[in-house]
Write a protein that binds this ligand. Structure first.
Ligand SMILES: Nc1ncnc2c1ncn2[C@@H]1O[C@H](COP(=O)(O)OP(=O)(O)OP(=O)(O)O)[C@@H](O)[C@H]1O
Length: 700
């Protein structure tokens, strides 16, 4: 959750070469075949082929397509494999966080009265800086303009120096035609340094500074080559109204805005905070605990051009972990302390660099690089989750927010950034938001959002307290009696002690702010030392917030999983781990002939009973083509039912990445594939159980 100015960072765009996906490495190391035998080599990432695959297999598509898009960029519909993939990521997220950490799950409303977002600060500050093309009026995000043009100039400089010029990304062709690609012009070394320094801290600039950069470096709209105007703020929330407009004026006691103005939430977090006291009660008043919510959020992004990476409607999964501000240790920190992460610190970025370090979470917390154990714990848990679903760890880093980028109240904030063909993209934010959210909602509504903790040992304190003779006070000062009382009660302990001494001497004078003097005597008040016992501690908890954007994670996972076999570059393979693959097992009868039907039904129902999602492909095409089609859908295992299955009750089991095939009895194959899908054995173990298939059995 960001209040302020939000950015996708795209530092090293277009250089991305995809290596063999991680899951494939796993397969190589666990199979008996050598990598060369199965002909899988690393190749450059072919974005055009990748996008064609996603489109062909309907992972997702632009919404309202048959209406020609009607100017609604940034809205997408997920098709069957995309929906299943997202559902599986969510299921794993629930297991990894909600179930594992006993979080309290919520489902709160999307439509939110404006008063809530006025209090949270979103009405005033949930904005990006935009600039307008001075001739066409086209709107661009200011930081994207600065970043895009400077990167293009640096690429032009590389080309002029004869260094490996960065080829334009396939999706950049349109921009290139319009003149976005800078000419191959050599820049001064100093200028190169300046550009690199600006790019390293792009998220740190204010609107004024972005305007200044546009002027200093003559940055123009790359689409038209026209100048741009001064940056202006654009609030990203979609406004709506509840009920018929103009009804119930002034009904809402909290509202300064029109009474029925509301917004579609831009994050799920406020729904957690508003329910804090109920959640605390549900948790028997104990802290720490966390609430979690998965749901839709809406942001009216200025110019969403990056597919699923920047959309106007998306699914978020957010955790709010409530913790004692005086104790941010985490009882399970030892479980993660040795996890080594790639960290990009704020001090490095602020000095104009983007060099990362590798460090264990334990060391990062001990050295104060990560602010506290609870924040470190969640950063490590985010890392574990992303790896579990198949994100390549070599392309994952945690970037700390710079000073200006972070909300003023936040203690520390890190983004999990994943590298993809557009550069490094924030996919998860993880912030220590201190007590801000609960405090502001509590102050606005008067509803205490606090923890009341019974103290084991009461805290005993002594202090000087004024004791008033109310009757004499009223008689002496009449209408000013209250003023005098307030003046004395506002005094700090040393001043009260001084006053006490003066009263013991006989009399003293106290002055109000407007210079009025009041004489105080022991008849009006005495100062007594009193003992206080406090058995309840009341405090506003701090909030640690991991916030996941599922669309960005899903898209980068697809990129990381994509490759093509050398012998068939036209078709791709998605090496999705079983845990998230849309379909786990493909059942392929040799043909649609009736004699295979009972066996197909038997295998399919046995897998169903074991909780393994399978699909049958009995289409009228070769087995090879059917497997290739399902490699594109990321289906990790295939079972072939052939004449040997009918005669001997044997089946073959195929692994997607290696295309290795093994053979066993129907029950052996089912038992093995169920364990493979559950992750309790790997392919190596499967190979030890089932002999290699020599190809004879399937021949008719
Ligand atoms: N327009 C968007 N489209 C898709 N996902 C988004 C979008 N905005 C935010 N997210 C996702 O929600 C997560 C939490 O939101 P947060 O407010 O921290 O993002 P942000 O800092 O505004 O992101 P950015 O600076 O990239 O716009 C992000 O890490 C990202 O995964």
């Amino acid at each position: 959750m960001r209040l302020g100015f939000r950015h996708i960072r795209s530092i090293s765009s277009y250089h991305c070469r995809i290596s063999i996906p991680r899951s494939l490495h796993r397969s190589f190391s666990t199979t008996t075949m050598a990598a060369s035998e199965v002909n899988k080599t690393a190749h450059s990432f072919d974005k055009a082929r990748f996008e064609a695959l996603l489109n062909r297999r309907f992972f997702y598509a632009p919404a309202f397509e048959i209406y020609g898009g009607i100017g609604v960029a940034g809205l997408y519909d997920y098709g069957p494999p995309g929906s299943s993939l997202q559902a599986n990521i969510i299921a794993e997220w629930r297991k990894h966080f909600i179930i594992e950490e006993h979080m309290l799950e919520l489902d709160t409303t999307i439509m939110t009265p404006a008063s809530v977002f006025e209090t949270s600060g979103h009405v005033a500050r949930f904005a990006d800086w935009m600039v307008k093309d001075t001739k066409t009026g086209d709107v661009l995000r200011a930081d994207h303009l600065v970043g895009g043009v400077l990167e293009a100039r640096l690429a032009g400089d590389k080309e002029a120096r004869g260094l490996a010029a960065a080829p334009p990304a396939p999706d950049d062709k349109k921009k290139k035609k319009k003149g976005a690609k800078a000419a191959a012009v050599k820049l001064d070394d100093e200028v190169v340094k300046e550009y690199e320094s600006i790019l390293a801290q792009l998220d740190n600039y204010s609107g004024l500074e972005l305007g200044e950069l546009c002027r200093t470096y003559a940055l123009r709209n790359p689409d038209t080559d026209n100048e741009v105007g001064e940056p202006q703020q654009f609030n990203l929330m979609f406004a709506s109204s509840i009920g018929p407009t103009g009804q119930h004026p002034g009904e809402n006691q909290f509202l300064k805005l029109p009474t029925n103005l509301s917004y579609l939430r831009p994050e799920t977090a406020q729904g957690h905070f508003l329910n804090f006291s109920r959640l605390l009660e549900f948790n028997n008043g104990r802290i720490p605990f966390a609430s979690a919510q998965i749901g839709r959020s809406f942001r009216n992004e200025i110019s969403p051009r990056a597919g699923l990476l920047r959309v106007r409607e998306f699914t978020m999964a957010e955790i709010e972990h409530y913790v004692d501000p005086e104790d941010k240790s985490h009882e399970r920190f030892d479980e993660v302390r040795d996890i080594v992460l790639t960290l990009l610190q704020k001090s490095v970025q602020e000095s104009g660099n983007n060099g990362t370090i590798r460090m264990s979470v334990g060391d990062a917390v001990a050295k104060g690089i990560i602010a506290n154990e609870t924040l470190g714990y969640f950063i490590a848990r985010i890392y574990q989750f992303l790896l579990k679903i198949g994100i390549n760890p070599a392309r994952l880093r945690f970037r700390q927010h710079m000073k200006n980028e972070m909300a003023h109240y936040a203690a520390d904030c890190w983004d999990a950034e994943i590298q993809n063909s557009t550069g490094w993209t924030e996919c998860v934010g993880c912030a220590d938001r201190a007590a801000y959210d609960l405090s502001v909602h509590s102050a606005r509504t008067g509803h205490p959002l606090v923890v009341r903790q019974a103290l084991k040992e009461p805290i005993v304190t002594e202090k000087e307290v004024p004791e008033w003779n109310k009757k004499a006070l009223g008689k002496t000062f009449k209408g000013d009696a209250g003023v005098v009382q307030k003046l004395v009660e506002a005094l700090e302990e040393p001043e009260l002690l001084k006053l006490k001494g003066e009263l013991l001497q006989g009399a003293t004078v106290i002055k109000s702010e407007d210079g009025k003097e009041f004489q105080l005597t022991p008849e009006l008040l005495t100062i007594e030392r009193k003992v206080f016992k406090q058995s309840i501690r009341e405090y506003t908890p701090n909030v640690i917030e991991p916030s996941f954007g599922l669309g960005r994670i899903l898209y980068t996972l697809l990129e990381h999983s994509f490759w093509a076999r050398e012998q068939d570059v036209e078709r791709g393979v998605l090496s999705l781990p079983s845990v998230v693959a849309p379909t786990k097992v493909l059942i392929v009868p040799l043909s649609a002939r009736e004699e295979f039907a009972p066996l197909v039904q038997e295998v399919s129902s046995k897998l169903r009973r074991a909780g393994v999602f399978s699909r049958v492909d009995d289409s009228n095409t070769s087995i090879g083509k059917r497997y290739a089609r399902n490699d594109e859908l990321g289906t990790p295992f295939g079972i072939t039912v052939d004449f040997a299955s009918v005669q001997n009750r044997t089946m073959t089991l195929r692994e997607r990445d290696t295309t290795d095939q093994r053979i066993g009895t129907i029950d052996e194959v089912i038992a093995t594939v169920v364990e493979l899908v559950n992750g309790s054995i790997d392919w190596n173990a499967a190979c030890a159980r089932l002999p290699a298939y020599d190809g004879v059995q399937a021949v008719e």
